[in-house]
Design a protein around this ligand. Structure first.
Ligand SMILES: C[S@@+](CC[C@H](N)C(=O)[O-])C[C@H]1O[C@@H](n2cnc3c(N)ncnc32)[C@H](O)[C@@H]1O
Length: 148
């Protein structure tokens, strides 16, 4: 297995998990900055053309994991791999953000749900070829229907 190292850090308005919107209908439109370390700067070449990015990051302020848990969006327990819980065996987060602009080593983005100074492990262009009608939202769709 490889040892991960940050390629940069998130600059976010959130400094505590309680500040991040949670639950059904929560909006993730906070702006922030993905600040990339100088030694990885060349890796940003050509990124400007993509509207959205996958950000892979570390839940660095989460300890341990639970194989089942009750998410903020429902009152029933689900398996960790059927949720986006921060308490997972490998504390890796995945967020899609909108790229607003690049300013040198700084990527200004919308959709930040990470805490300030969260380590960024990787960035990839967001691409999806799955037609909407083939996407199933599992228990989340059921929870949304129940809470209407
Ligand atoms: C439910 S997780 C989902 C993250 C991502 N969308 C995913 O699927 O991996 C998002 C929550 O993680 C928590 N969080 C954000 N940054 C964190 C960090 N650096 N360490 C631990 N928890 C963090 C916040 O409470 C935030 O609401």
């Amino acid at each position: 297995m490889f040892t991960s190292r940050p390629i940069g850090f998130v600059r976010s308005r959130y400094s505590a998990t309680s500040e991040v919107p949670k639950g059904l209908g929560a909006k993730h439109d906070a702006e922030g900055v993905l600040s990339i370390l100088p030694e990885f700067g060349a890796g940003l070449t050509n990124i400007e053309g993509f509207s959205h990015l996958f950000v892979i990051w570390e839940f660095d302020r989460s300890n341990g994991f639970d194989l089942t848990g009750t998410p903020p969006s429902d009152n029933r327990p689900y398996g960790v791999f059927a949720t986006r819980s921060p308490r997972r065996p490998n504390p890796i987060g995945l967020t899609v953000v909108e790229l607003l602009r690049r300013d040198g080593l700084d990527l200004h983005v919308r959709g930040v749900e990470m805490l300030d100074k969260t380590p960024i492990l990787d960035i990839k262009p967001y691409l999806s070829s799955i037609p909407t009608e083939r996407l199933h939202r599992g228990w989340l769709a059921e929870a949304e229907a129940r809470q209407k």
